[in-house]
Design a protein around this ligand. Structure first.
Ligand code: DMJ
Length: 636
């Protein structure tokens, strides 16, 4: 090769300069590679975040994609259960994985959200900040939790939790119905015990257990979810078995990815209730241990937790199906009741601080038409998408506002104010009357109404009912009427089907009146929301129709969902022959059967003057300031 001579530069001189440059460049790139390499190969790869992101930032790791989501059949239990399936493997491959469709949550929504933006390889090691916080909380809990005085707490209750006679109704017809519900619980429990003991749910057709991925490797969801139901129903042998399992087998040292929301409402809620009802120390010990493990989820720039947390490392992620790495209103808005009780039991304010921070942010942020959209960025603290719903993705946030007010012995004025202004906005923008005269709550997408109501949204009859008492002047009757009308509509969605069970979603357009128009909305997975509203409306009005409607539901469950080895959801409530989904959901034991049992009991069983139910129907006591925390000054 002939080198053309550059002016003033000899051939050998030019060669020297070129090789010098080459060596220099080589050195430079080596240096850069070394620096980055060192960072990546440090045992804690999270260090990168501390260099490139702000102090509390932890990168959004997306799990799943909307495209994958829409390929699955929503009624398919595998789809509903998909959750974090294959999470570990997929994350290692850095690919989008199956979405979380936490069927059990009111956050279930299959068609919203866009493919989330970033895909990160998550940190596998402990994040030191998370670890430190856990260690501090654990130390604090150990030091202070023994100061919670259970006997003093009991004296603070206005009435005995179990009523004067376990809520036994005086008329024999109602008693017989209640006995039937108890028998259903025993049947569901016995089969779970026989075929799925220690697993999360029973698969009644194949007679085996299901573990799933929602609980981050925790086991025994049906056991923890059932503790209080068994106790309330007086199934004491079964309750003792459940307690013994918690004592000997509930291992909280799992290392999987869990839905923060699901673990909170089922495990934290279940253990808290079991402790408050029975006083058994083991439940308090376990729930405080679990509460500590959830704390790192709040380590985001805003303190709004992400949806998924690794219970081992404390690292958290956003759901892949959630718009642009956002967090879900119904998930981060459904922690308040349990976290306040964690502080109450531990004497450690950190739990309350975390949820109060969420509350403050939501109170301050601008709301379109006074409405709360379902997706919020945990990084910027801004809404990500203007989809509003009192059903999936939004629901229990509203429920926890009014229940926080009630649980605070009506002292939490902020929760009260936020609840009633949210209700006003909902009434103004979402509440509709169908051509046939049915009142329903539509969904809102950037100002456009979607005339559908999900089964999940049917809880709001009960919620609006219990909120009526403290409504702004002159509105009490209005709210009671609205609660009654919505509960009536939800009952219609049941009575218009062949099975007398309601579909997952029903519509009010194209001539539909409370019926599902899409095949994919026709399933029923043993959900509680409709009977939940019957129970509250019964307590508030004593209108016998609510007990009749509850009994219709019992008969339909017996006819269509009872199989040889438990209860199962069905795929089509309009079909003349049943196709079962092979899943006995844990919320069937914790909620559906508990609400039915309470519906046929006297009001003094878990009186509403003393108890609020979390969104998984676990009763939590109202905190009376005079008796709070130190437990020293009980009301007499
Ligand atoms: C339950 O896990 C809870 O009620 C939750 O708030 C919503 N979904 C299920 C029951 O449908």
């Amino acid at each position: 090769m002939v080198l053309r001579k550059l002016p003033g530069v000899s051939a050998s001189g030019m060669g020297l300069r070129l090789s010098q440059k080459f060596v220099f460049l080589l050195f430079l790139s080596g240096l850069v590679t070394l620096c980055f390499g060192a960072l990546f190969f440090l045992p804690d790869s999270v260090r990168l975040k501390r260099i490139f992101l702000s102090k509390n930032e932890s990168p959004a790791v997306t799990v799943g994609s909307e495209n994958e989501l829409s390929k699955k059949v929503p009624g398919d239990p595998e789809h509903q259960r998909a959750g974090l399936k294959g999470a570990e493997a997929n994350l290692k491959l850095k690919v989008s994985r199956k979405p979380s469709v936490t069927h059990g949550a009111r956050t279930v929504e299959r068609s919203v959200g866009s493919r989330a933006q970033d895909e990160w390889s998550p940190a596998r090691a402990h994040e030191p900040a998370a670890r430190d916080e856990r260690v501090t909380a654990a130390a604090h809990n150990q030091e202070h939790s023994s100061s919670f005085n259970y006997e003093a707490f009991k004296k603070c209750l206005l009435k005995p939790p179990m009523g004067k006679d376990q809520g036994t109704p005086s008329d024999s017809g109602t008693l017989q119905r209640r006995e039937k519900v108890k028998e259903m619980m025993k049947f569901a429990w016995d089969n779970y015990k026989l075929y799925a003991w220690g697993k999360n749910e029973l698969r009644p057709l194949t007679r085996n257990g299901h573990i799933g991925n929602m609980f981050g490797g925790l086991r025994g969801a049906s056991i923890v979810d059932s503790l209080d139901t068994l106790y309330i129903m007086g199934l004491m042998e079964e309750y003792e078995e459940a307690k013994e399992w918690v004592q000997s087998n509930l291992d909280l040292n799992s290392n999987g990815e869990a839905s923060l929301f699901e673990v909170n409402i089922r495990y934290v809620g279940g253990l808290l209730s079991a402790f408050y009802l029975t006083g058994a120390e083991i439940f308090k010990q376990k729930v405080l241990e679990l509460g500590e493990k959830l704390l790192p989820a709040f380590n985001t720039p805003t303190g709004i937790p992400r949806g998924v947390i690794n219970l081992g490392s404390g690292t958290s992620w956003s759901w892949g199906w959630a718009s642009a790495g956002s967090s879900i209103l119904a998930e981060f808005g459904t922690l308040h009741l349990e976290f306040v009780h964690l502080s109450e039991l531990s004497g450690n304010p950190v739990f309350t601080e975390k949820v109060m921070n969420i509350r403050k942010l939501l109170d301050k942020i601008e709301k379109p038409h006074g409405l709360y959209p379902n997706f919020l960025s945990p990084v910027s603290g801004n809404w990500v998408q203007h989809h509003v719903s009192i059903g999936g993705l939004g629901d229990s946030f509203y429920e926890y506002l009014i229940k926080s007010f009630l649980m605070s012995d009506k002292t939490d004025e902020e929760a009260k104010k936020m609840y009633y202004s949210a209700m006003e906005a909902i009434e103004m923008n979402l509440v509709q009357k169908s051509p046939g005269g049915l009142t329903y709550v539509a969904e809102w997408r950037g100002g456009i109404l979607d005339h559908k109501m999900g089964h999940l949204a049917c809880f709001c009859g009960g919620m609006i009912g219990i909120g009526a008492e403290d409504a702004p002047a002159g509105q009490k009757q209005h709210y009671l009427d609205l609660a009654g009308q919505i509960t009536h509509t939800c009952h219609e969605s049941y009575s218009r089907s062949a099975t007398k069970l309601g579909p997952e979603a029903f519509r009010f357009d194209g001539g539909a009146e409370a019926t599902a128009t899409r095949l994919s909305d026709r399933y029923y997975i043993l959900r509680p929301e409709v009977v939940e509203s019957y129970m509250y409306m019964w307590r508030l009005t004593h209108d016998p129709k609510y007990r009749e409607w509850g009994w219709e539901a019992v008969e339909a469950l017996e006819k269509h969902c009872r199989v040889d080895a438990g209860f199962s959801g069905i795929r089509d409530v309009y079909a003349s022959s049943d196709s079962h989904d092979n899943m006995q959901q844990s919320f069937f034991l914790s909620e559906t059967l508990k609400y039915l049992y309470l519906l046929f009991s006297d009001d003094d069983l878990l009186p509403l003057e003393d108890w609020v139910f979390n969104t998984e129907a676990h009763p939590l006591p109202i905190i009376r300031k005079a008796c709070s925390t130190d437990g020293q000054t009980p009301l007499e």
